[in-house]
Design a protein around this ligand. Structure first.
Ligand code: ADP
Ligand code: TRP
Length: 333
Protein backbone atom coordinates (compact mmCIF):
# COMPACT_ATOMS: atom_id res chain seq x y z
CA UNK A 1 0.00 0.00 0.00
CA UNK A 2 1.20 3.47 -0.83
CA UNK A 3 1.84 5.97 1.91
CA UNK A 4 0.24 9.35 2.47
CA UNK A 5 3.19 11.61 3.06
CA UNK A 6 3.09 15.07 4.58
CA UNK A 7 6.01 17.25 5.57
CA UNK A 8 6.83 20.90 6.00
CA UNK A 9 9.80 23.21 5.77
CA UNK A 10 9.90 26.77 7.11
CA UNK A 11 10.59 29.53 4.58
CA UNK A 12 13.18 31.19 6.76
CA UNK A 13 16.02 31.36 4.23
CA UNK A 14 19.39 29.65 4.26
CA UNK A 15 18.18 26.13 3.64
CA UNK A 16 21.24 24.04 4.33
CA UNK A 17 22.86 20.65 4.10
CA UNK A 18 21.13 19.56 7.36
CA UNK A 19 17.71 20.26 5.85
CA UNK A 20 18.77 18.43 2.69
CA UNK A 21 20.27 15.27 4.22
CA UNK A 22 17.87 15.19 7.18
CA UNK A 23 14.65 15.82 5.29
CA UNK A 24 14.53 16.96 1.65
CA UNK A 25 16.58 14.04 0.27
CA UNK A 26 14.04 11.74 1.90
CA UNK A 27 11.17 13.74 0.34
CA UNK A 28 12.68 13.15 -3.09
CA UNK A 29 12.90 9.38 -2.59
CA UNK A 30 9.32 9.23 -1.32
CA UNK A 31 8.12 11.37 -4.23
CA UNK A 32 9.83 8.99 -6.66
CA UNK A 33 7.82 6.02 -5.41
CA UNK A 34 4.70 6.17 -7.54
CA UNK A 35 2.58 4.40 -4.90
CA UNK A 36 2.94 7.34 -2.50
CA UNK A 37 0.82 10.48 -2.32
CA UNK A 38 3.08 13.28 -1.20
CA UNK A 39 2.30 16.74 0.11
CA UNK A 40 5.11 19.18 0.85
CA UNK A 41 4.17 22.35 2.63
CA UNK A 42 6.03 25.64 2.92
CA UNK A 43 5.07 26.40 6.50
CA UNK A 44 4.90 30.19 6.45
CA UNK A 45 2.59 30.33 9.49
CA UNK A 46 5.29 28.55 11.47
CA UNK A 47 7.91 30.99 10.18
CA UNK A 48 6.19 34.00 11.78
CA UNK A 49 6.49 32.51 15.28
CA UNK A 50 9.71 34.51 15.25
CA UNK A 51 10.12 37.93 13.62
CA UNK A 52 10.33 37.95 9.82
CA UNK A 53 10.92 40.75 7.37
CA UNK A 54 7.80 40.78 5.15
CA UNK A 55 9.73 41.33 1.90
CA UNK A 56 12.21 38.61 2.69
CA UNK A 57 9.47 36.23 3.75
CA UNK A 58 7.85 36.45 0.34
CA UNK A 59 11.17 35.70 -1.37
CA UNK A 60 11.93 32.91 1.07
CA UNK A 61 8.61 31.22 0.30
CA UNK A 62 9.58 31.13 -3.38
CA UNK A 63 13.10 30.04 -2.55
CA UNK A 64 11.79 27.09 -0.55
CA UNK A 65 9.67 26.00 -3.51
CA UNK A 66 12.71 26.43 -5.78
CA UNK A 67 14.76 24.28 -3.40
CA UNK A 68 12.16 21.50 -3.46
CA UNK A 69 12.12 21.48 -7.26
CA UNK A 70 15.90 21.85 -7.63
CA UNK A 71 16.42 18.94 -5.23
CA UNK A 72 14.31 16.69 -7.44
CA UNK A 73 10.73 16.88 -6.16
CA UNK A 74 8.34 16.69 -9.10
CA UNK A 75 5.44 19.13 -8.72
CA UNK A 76 3.39 17.00 -11.09
CA UNK A 77 3.59 14.07 -8.70
CA UNK A 78 3.40 15.91 -5.39
CA UNK A 79 1.37 18.76 -3.99
CA UNK A 80 3.57 21.73 -3.11
CA UNK A 81 1.81 24.62 -1.39
CA UNK A 82 2.13 27.29 1.27
CA UNK A 83 0.35 26.87 4.56
CA UNK A 84 -1.13 30.35 5.02
CA UNK A 85 -3.10 30.06 1.77
CA UNK A 86 -5.16 27.16 3.11
CA UNK A 87 -7.33 28.53 5.92
CA UNK A 88 -8.00 25.13 7.48
CA UNK A 89 -4.49 25.07 8.97
CA UNK A 90 -5.10 28.05 11.24
CA UNK A 91 -8.62 26.88 12.07
CA UNK A 92 -7.45 23.37 12.81
CA UNK A 93 -4.64 24.64 14.99
CA UNK A 94 -7.11 26.56 17.17
CA UNK A 95 -9.40 23.59 17.57
CA UNK A 96 -6.53 21.24 18.38
CA UNK A 97 -5.11 23.72 20.86
CA UNK A 98 -8.26 23.03 22.87
CA UNK A 99 -7.42 19.32 22.77
CA UNK A 100 -3.70 19.54 23.54
CA UNK A 101 -2.72 19.90 27.21
CA UNK A 102 -0.39 22.49 28.70
CA UNK A 103 1.55 19.71 30.38
CA UNK A 104 2.33 18.15 27.00
CA UNK A 105 3.52 21.41 25.49
CA UNK A 106 5.59 22.28 28.52
CA UNK A 107 7.79 19.30 27.75
CA UNK A 108 8.75 20.45 24.23
CA UNK A 109 12.50 20.93 24.10
CA UNK A 110 12.48 22.96 20.87
CA UNK A 111 10.46 25.70 22.58
CA UNK A 112 12.92 25.77 25.45
CA UNK A 113 15.85 26.04 23.02
CA UNK A 114 14.26 28.64 20.76
CA UNK A 115 12.79 30.78 23.54
CA UNK A 116 16.13 30.86 25.33
CA UNK A 117 16.49 32.44 28.73
CA UNK A 118 13.70 34.97 28.43
CA UNK A 119 10.61 32.81 27.93
CA UNK A 120 8.29 35.66 28.88
CA UNK A 121 9.25 37.45 25.68
CA UNK A 122 8.67 34.48 23.35
CA UNK A 123 5.56 34.68 21.18
CA UNK A 124 2.57 32.52 22.07
CA UNK A 125 2.88 31.13 18.55
CA UNK A 126 6.35 29.80 19.29
CA UNK A 127 4.88 27.94 22.26
CA UNK A 128 1.90 26.48 20.39
CA UNK A 129 3.98 25.81 17.25
CA UNK A 130 3.70 22.00 17.59
CA UNK A 131 -0.12 22.22 17.71
CA UNK A 132 -0.14 23.97 14.33
CA UNK A 133 2.20 21.27 13.09
CA UNK A 134 -0.27 18.64 14.29
CA UNK A 135 -3.08 20.39 12.39
CA UNK A 136 -0.93 20.38 9.22
CA UNK A 137 -0.47 16.63 9.40
CA UNK A 138 -3.93 15.59 10.63
CA UNK A 139 -5.88 17.59 8.03
CA UNK A 140 -4.46 15.38 5.29
CA UNK A 141 -4.79 11.99 7.03
CA UNK A 142 -1.04 11.60 6.56
CA UNK A 143 0.20 8.12 7.38
CA UNK A 144 3.90 9.00 7.33
CA UNK A 145 5.82 12.16 8.11
CA UNK A 146 9.45 12.42 6.98
CA UNK A 147 11.43 14.78 9.22
CA UNK A 148 14.85 15.23 10.77
CA UNK A 149 15.57 13.84 14.20
CA UNK A 150 14.85 17.18 15.91
CA UNK A 151 11.13 16.92 15.06
CA UNK A 152 10.57 13.54 16.71
CA UNK A 153 9.08 15.00 19.88
CA UNK A 154 6.65 17.16 17.91
CA UNK A 155 5.43 14.10 16.06
CA UNK A 156 4.83 12.25 19.28
CA UNK A 157 2.73 15.21 20.43
CA UNK A 158 0.80 15.08 17.15
CA UNK A 159 0.04 11.41 17.78
CA UNK A 160 -1.15 12.19 21.31
CA UNK A 161 -3.41 14.98 20.05
CA UNK A 162 -4.94 12.71 17.38
CA UNK A 163 -5.61 9.96 19.90
CA UNK A 164 -7.12 12.31 22.45
CA UNK A 165 -9.41 13.88 19.84
CA UNK A 166 -10.58 10.44 18.69
CA UNK A 167 -11.22 9.40 22.30
CA UNK A 168 -12.83 12.62 23.50
CA UNK A 169 -15.33 12.68 20.64
CA UNK A 170 -15.70 8.94 20.38
CA UNK A 171 -14.65 8.84 16.72
CA UNK A 172 -12.32 5.88 16.47
CA UNK A 173 -9.64 6.29 13.78
CA UNK A 174 -11.13 9.57 12.54
CA UNK A 175 -7.83 11.40 12.90
CA UNK A 176 -5.10 9.25 11.40
CA UNK A 177 -2.27 8.67 13.91
CA UNK A 178 0.86 9.27 11.78
CA UNK A 179 4.19 7.46 11.83
CA UNK A 180 7.41 9.46 11.79
CA UNK A 181 9.91 8.64 9.05
CA UNK A 182 13.28 9.50 10.49
CA UNK A 183 16.43 8.20 8.88
CA UNK A 184 18.28 5.84 11.19
CA UNK A 185 21.66 7.32 10.45
CA UNK A 186 22.78 10.86 9.74
CA UNK A 187 19.40 12.28 10.77
CA UNK A 188 21.10 15.13 12.61
CA UNK A 189 23.79 17.07 10.79
CA UNK A 190 25.89 19.19 13.09
CA UNK A 191 27.48 22.63 12.73
CA UNK A 192 30.82 22.74 10.88
CA UNK A 193 32.12 24.91 13.71
CA UNK A 194 30.88 22.89 16.69
CA UNK A 195 30.13 19.17 16.52
CA UNK A 196 27.78 19.37 19.50
CA UNK A 197 25.41 21.91 17.90
CA UNK A 198 22.88 21.21 15.16
CA UNK A 199 23.58 22.78 11.76
CA UNK A 200 21.05 25.58 11.71
CA UNK A 201 19.74 28.48 9.66
CA UNK A 202 19.81 30.74 12.63
CA UNK A 203 23.48 30.23 13.53
CA UNK A 204 25.23 33.57 13.05
CA UNK A 205 28.36 32.27 11.33
CA UNK A 206 27.76 31.30 7.71
CA UNK A 207 30.87 29.10 7.97
CA UNK A 208 28.90 26.79 10.28
CA UNK A 209 26.75 25.45 7.44
CA UNK A 210 26.71 24.55 3.76
CA UNK A 211 23.81 26.46 2.25
CA UNK A 212 22.02 24.85 -0.65
CA UNK A 213 22.72 28.05 -2.59
CA UNK A 214 26.49 27.97 -1.97
CA UNK A 215 28.73 27.82 -5.04
CA UNK A 216 31.68 25.52 -5.56
CA UNK A 217 34.27 27.87 -4.03
CA UNK A 218 32.14 28.55 -0.97
CA UNK A 219 31.65 24.84 -0.37
CA UNK A 220 35.37 24.08 -0.71
CA UNK A 221 36.28 26.98 1.55
CA UNK A 222 33.80 26.02 4.26
CA UNK A 223 35.03 22.42 4.35
CA UNK A 224 38.62 23.61 4.51
CA UNK A 225 37.73 25.78 7.50
CA UNK A 226 35.51 23.17 9.19
CA UNK A 227 36.59 22.41 12.76
CA UNK A 228 38.51 19.18 13.34
CA UNK A 229 40.85 17.96 16.05
CA UNK A 230 44.65 17.64 15.98
CA UNK A 231 44.71 13.83 15.70
CA UNK A 232 44.84 11.92 12.43
CA UNK A 233 41.57 10.45 11.07
CA UNK A 234 40.06 7.89 13.47
CA UNK A 235 41.03 4.23 13.21
CA UNK A 236 37.94 2.92 14.86
CA UNK A 237 34.28 3.93 14.93
CA UNK A 238 34.33 3.94 18.75
CA UNK A 239 36.69 6.92 18.73
CA UNK A 240 33.89 8.97 17.21
CA UNK A 241 32.00 9.10 20.51
CA UNK A 242 34.55 11.60 21.70
CA UNK A 243 35.48 13.17 18.38
CA UNK A 244 32.26 14.93 17.48
CA UNK A 245 33.58 16.97 14.54
CA UNK A 246 35.16 13.92 12.94
CA UNK A 247 31.91 12.02 13.44
CA UNK A 248 29.87 14.76 11.80
CA UNK A 249 32.14 15.12 8.75
CA UNK A 250 32.38 11.36 8.28
CA UNK A 251 28.60 11.17 8.68
CA UNK A 252 28.07 13.75 5.96
CA UNK A 253 30.51 11.89 3.71
CA UNK A 254 28.74 8.58 4.36
CA UNK A 255 25.32 10.03 3.69
CA UNK A 256 26.46 11.59 0.42
CA UNK A 257 28.16 8.43 -0.80
CA UNK A 258 25.47 6.07 0.52
CA UNK A 259 28.04 4.19 2.57
CA UNK A 260 28.08 3.16 6.20
CA UNK A 261 29.98 5.11 8.82
CA UNK A 262 32.11 2.01 9.44
CA UNK A 263 33.22 1.87 5.83
CA UNK A 264 34.00 5.57 5.72
CA UNK A 265 36.09 5.27 8.89
CA UNK A 266 37.97 2.33 7.35
CA UNK A 267 38.55 4.26 4.14
CA UNK A 268 40.30 7.17 5.79
CA UNK A 269 41.75 5.55 8.94
CA UNK A 270 45.00 7.18 10.01
CA UNK A 271 45.07 9.66 7.11
CA UNK A 272 45.34 13.42 7.47
CA UNK A 273 42.16 15.42 7.75
CA UNK A 274 43.22 17.51 4.77
CA UNK A 275 43.14 14.50 2.48
CA UNK A 276 39.69 13.48 3.73
CA UNK A 277 38.42 17.04 3.48
CA UNK A 278 39.37 17.20 -0.19
CA UNK A 279 37.30 14.12 -0.91
CA UNK A 280 34.43 15.37 1.20
CA UNK A 281 34.41 18.73 -0.59
CA UNK A 282 34.43 16.91 -3.93
CA UNK A 283 31.35 14.86 -2.97
CA UNK A 284 29.59 17.94 -1.65
CA UNK A 285 30.28 19.93 -4.79
CA UNK A 286 28.99 17.03 -6.89
CA UNK A 287 25.74 16.96 -4.94
CA UNK A 288 25.11 20.58 -3.97
CA UNK A 289 26.46 22.59 -6.91
CA UNK A 290 23.79 21.41 -9.38
CA UNK A 291 21.06 22.10 -6.80
CA UNK A 292 22.50 25.55 -6.09
CA UNK A 293 22.64 26.44 -9.80
CA UNK A 294 19.11 25.21 -10.35
CA UNK A 295 17.74 27.18 -7.38
CA UNK A 296 19.29 30.36 -8.77
CA UNK A 297 17.87 29.65 -12.21
CA UNK A 298 14.38 28.95 -10.86
CA UNK A 299 14.43 32.13 -8.77
CA UNK A 300 14.68 34.04 -12.03
CA UNK A 301 11.24 32.76 -13.01
CA UNK A 302 8.98 33.91 -10.22
CA UNK A 303 5.76 33.30 -12.13
CA UNK A 304 6.72 29.64 -12.61
CA UNK A 305 7.19 29.25 -8.86
CA UNK A 306 3.98 31.14 -8.09
CA UNK A 307 2.05 28.88 -10.44
CA UNK A 308 3.30 25.78 -8.67
CA UNK A 309 2.05 27.25 -5.40
CA UNK A 310 -1.32 28.29 -6.85
CA UNK A 311 -1.88 24.83 -8.23
CA UNK A 312 -0.78 23.24 -4.94
CA UNK A 313 -3.00 25.51 -2.85
CA UNK A 314 -6.03 24.55 -4.91
CA UNK A 315 -5.37 20.83 -4.48
CA UNK A 316 -4.50 21.09 -0.78
CA UNK A 317 -7.56 23.21 -0.09
CA UNK A 318 -9.83 20.58 -1.56
CA UNK A 319 -8.54 17.98 0.90
CA UNK A 320 -8.16 20.17 3.99
CA UNK A 321 -11.48 22.00 3.72
CA UNK A 322 -13.38 18.70 3.69
CA UNK A 323 -11.54 17.47 6.76
CA UNK A 324 -12.06 20.67 8.72
CA UNK A 325 -15.77 20.58 7.93
CA UNK A 326 -15.99 17.06 9.38
CA UNK A 327 -14.01 18.18 12.43
CA UNK A 328 -16.47 21.03 13.00
CA UNK A 329 -19.46 18.71 12.69
CA UNK A 330 -17.94 16.30 15.19
CA UNK A 331 -17.31 19.10 17.67
CA UNK A 332 -20.89 20.30 17.37
CA UNK A 333 -20.43 23.54 15.45
P1 ADP B 1 15.03 24.42 11.08
O1 ADP B 1 14.78 25.81 11.55
O2 ADP B 1 15.15 23.42 12.19
O3 ADP B 1 16.07 24.30 10.03
P2 ADP B 1 13.00 23.66 9.15
O4 ADP B 1 11.52 23.77 9.24
O5 ADP B 1 13.56 24.43 8.05
O6 ADP B 1 13.59 24.04 10.55
O7 ADP B 1 13.42 22.16 8.99
C1 ADP B 1 13.08 21.44 7.86
C2 ADP B 1 13.47 19.99 8.03
O8 ADP B 1 14.89 19.89 8.10
C3 ADP B 1 12.91 19.32 9.28
O9 ADP B 1 12.46 18.02 8.95
C4 ADP B 1 14.10 19.25 10.20
O10 ADP B 1 14.00 18.15 11.06
C5 ADP B 1 15.25 19.10 9.23
N1 ADP B 1 16.51 19.60 9.77
C6 ADP B 1 16.79 20.88 10.15
N2 ADP B 1 18.06 20.99 10.59
C7 ADP B 1 18.62 19.76 10.51
C8 ADP B 1 19.91 19.22 10.81
N3 ADP B 1 20.89 19.98 11.28
N4 ADP B 1 20.13 17.90 10.59
C9 ADP B 1 19.13 17.12 10.09
N5 ADP B 1 17.89 17.56 9.78
C10 ADP B 1 17.62 18.86 9.98
N1 TRP C 1 8.23 21.95 12.57
C1 TRP C 1 8.90 21.51 11.40
C2 TRP C 1 10.37 21.98 11.47
O1 TRP C 1 10.70 22.92 12.13
C3 TRP C 1 8.27 22.02 10.15
C4 TRP C 1 6.86 21.53 10.01
C5 TRP C 1 5.71 22.26 10.15
C6 TRP C 1 6.45 20.21 9.71
N2 TRP C 1 4.63 21.48 9.92
C7 TRP C 1 5.04 20.23 9.66
C8 TRP C 1 7.15 19.05 9.46
C9 TRP C 1 4.31 19.07 9.39
C10 TRP C 1 6.40 17.88 9.21
C11 TRP C 1 5.01 17.91 9.16
O2 TRP C 1 11.18 21.42 10.84
Amino acid sequence: MGKKIFSGVQPTGNLHLGNYLGAIKNFVDLNNDKDNNCIFCVVDLHAITVKQDPKELKNNIRETVATFIASGIDSNKSIIFNQSSVAAHAEGAWILSCVARMGWLNRMTQFKEKAGKDKEKASIGLYSYPVLMAADILLYDATHVPVGDDQKQHLELCRDIAQKFNNDFDVENFLQVPEPLIQKEFSRIMSLKDGSKKMSKSELSDLSRINLTDNKDEIINKIKKAKTDPLPMPQDIKELDERLEARNLLGIYSSLTNSTLENSVKNFAGKNFSEFKEQLAEELVKKIEPISKEIKKLLGDKSFLDEILLDGVEKANLIASKKIERIKEIIGF
